[in-house]
Design a protein around this ligand. Structure first.
Ligand SMILES: Cc1ncc(COP(=O)(O)O)c(C=O)c1O
Length: 474
């Protein structure tokens, strides 16, 4: 190496990191922000995690009510799941996915058994590395069996941000800078009853929104169906059983069964994206189990591995995915069924089988919701408070309890992240995730192991942040 080059290298050598500010300066210089979401002005830097808490470099404790966007349902640093991963590291840490390993087969079997008992349907499981990629695989499956590439999806729906799934995710903002999306879904209004897209009231609407969808098939001039042969241009309908990023919106009980009836008439597949709601977030293994419907394809991810060595995947009915119709190589990723991920996933499934989440989660969800409803009486700005299991929503509004108030939601979230709340005489923070059509909803997804005492603490921290935010914003 020449002297000049050596001098250049020495000058470029990163300086020692002495504190959070040094780290943030390096992050600002060297990390792309394109792969993340920079919400707060000064991002938090975390050093450790345990149970429902995160800790920053100064040791401040943050109660986490979003758990990595619902990927860590079973708590941070879950001992049992971590042990399974460590064990796998010492046995078979790596393996090309063209070869078979036991954990993959067992994991797929367990997920299929679930569908066999719940839906009385035989099927197969197909793995990939993340939710978006698995949704992409499901799109291939849909195209493969139908020969069509257009799909319906919901307004407010979120299915990921890779190129193909950006086309079925409703926000134009995620597509805006990336050219023309020829396969853009036809977005249909979701039954969001608090803000009914048709200005109806749930008690009297008789599912008017569903009837409007059905009307699309009345004549060929509405652009979706050929009335001469009953063929539809759309191959599938992508749903989330409970809208996640859209703001944890729970649809009316009989909406999806009505929707499925319409879809079946025109041979349209129902693809249920359970990436955020699956694995008991709502109190059932799949969120869709609340609605008496059998999907044709289920897409899952996130909590399958509790955030350890991510894997995600799809379950599909046998007739769609058997090797005769969907042969080897139809999709492939080097890391798709990596043994560390399948070992973590298998342990999650065993943990589920040995726990009583079907009782525990609705009970905890009811308690949490009742505490929030009490608080809502005091603060009309908590316009809508609702939940299914431990998927809870608080929609922040103006004093009228209806007009969306994004500024208030942002201010509360930032106060929580600032880590200067003082409930119980201790300095703490609160981690909240914001979603919703107007970016004014807290989508609350605590660890399944949160205790009543911790729920009380969470509500107290929320109230402290809310009352500080009201002073700041009014
Ligand atoms: C319902 C839903 N689908 C798909 C995705 C995308 O998954 P991933 O971020 O793992 O690509 C998400 C992520 O938040 C999601 O909530």
């Amino acid at each position: 190496m020449g002297i000049k080059q050596a001098a250049k290298l020495a000058a470029a050598k990163p300086k020692e990191i002495n504190g959070t500010d040094d780290l943030l300066a390096l992050e600002a210089k060297y990390c792309s922000w394109g792969d993340t979401v920079h919400y707060s002005e000064k991002p938090n830097v975390f050093k450790s995690a345990d149970g429902i808490y995160l800790y920053d470099r100064e040791g401040t404790q943050y109660l986490d009510l979003q758990m990595w966007y619902s990927a860590c349902n079973f708590g941070y640093k879950n001992k049992r799941l971590n042990r399974a991963l460590k064990k796998q590291i010492d046995i078979l840490p790596q393996l090309a996915c063209q070869y078979i390993h036991e954990e993959k087969v067992q994991l797929a079997t367990k997920i299929c058994h679930r569908s066999e008992t719940t839906f009385e349907e035989k099927g197969r499981v197909h793995f990939n590395v993340g939710g978006s990629q698995s949704n992409e695989d499901s799109l291939k499956l849909v195209r493969n069996c139908s020969g069509r590439n257009l799909v319906f999806a919901f307004m407010g729906g979120y299915h990921g941000r890779t190129l193909a799934v950006s086309a079925i995710t409703s926000s134009f903002r995620y597509r805006e800078r990336f050219g023309h999306f020829g396969d853009r879904a036809l977005f249909v209004p979701f039954p969001y009853c608090f803000r009914c897209p048709y200005d109806k009231k749930r008690d009297f609407c008789d599912l008017y929104c569903l009837k409007q969808f059905e009307r699309l098939f009345e004549t060929e001039y509405y652009g979706v169906v050929n009335k001469k042969n009953n063929k539809c241009e759309f191959a599938a309908f992508y749903i989330e059983s409970i809208q996640g990023t859209g703001g944890y919106i729970v649809p009316p009980q009989d909406y999806f069964s009505g929707l499925k009836e319409i879809l079946d008439r025109y041979n349209i597949l129902l693809v249920d994206d359970e990436i955020q709601m699956g694995f008991y977030r709502t109190g059932k293994f799949w969120g869709i189990e609340h609605f008496n419907v059998t999907p044709d394809i289920i897409v899952f991810g996130k909590a399958l591995t509790n955030g350890l060595n991510s894997i995600a995947g799809i379950w599909a009915k046998e007739k769609l995915i058997s090797p005769d119709v969907f042969p080897p190589g139809s999709t492939h990723s080097t890391f798709s069924s990596n043994p560390l991920g399948t070992a973590a996933g298998l342990e999650v499934m065993k943990l589920i089988e040995e726990s009583n989440f079907a009782d525990l989660i609705p009970r905890k969800g009811r308690y949490f919701l009742s505490r929030l409803k009490k608080l809502q009486k005091k603060y009309p700005q908590m316009g809508d408070v609702d939940a299914l299991g431990l998927a809870l929503r608080i929609e922040m509004c103006q004093k009228d309890g209806y007009t969306p108030n994004r500024e208030l939601a942002d201010t509360i979230a930032n106060i929580g992240l600032d880590g200067k709340l003082s409930v119980g005489g201790k300095r703490r923070g609160l981690i909240l995730d914001i979603g919703g059509y107007y970016k004014n909803c807290f989508t609350i997804a605590p660890s399944f192991y949160i205790t009543e005492k911790e729920i009380d603490l969470a509500v107290e921290l929320f109230e402290e942040a809310l009352s500080k935010a009201l002073k700041k914003t009014s």
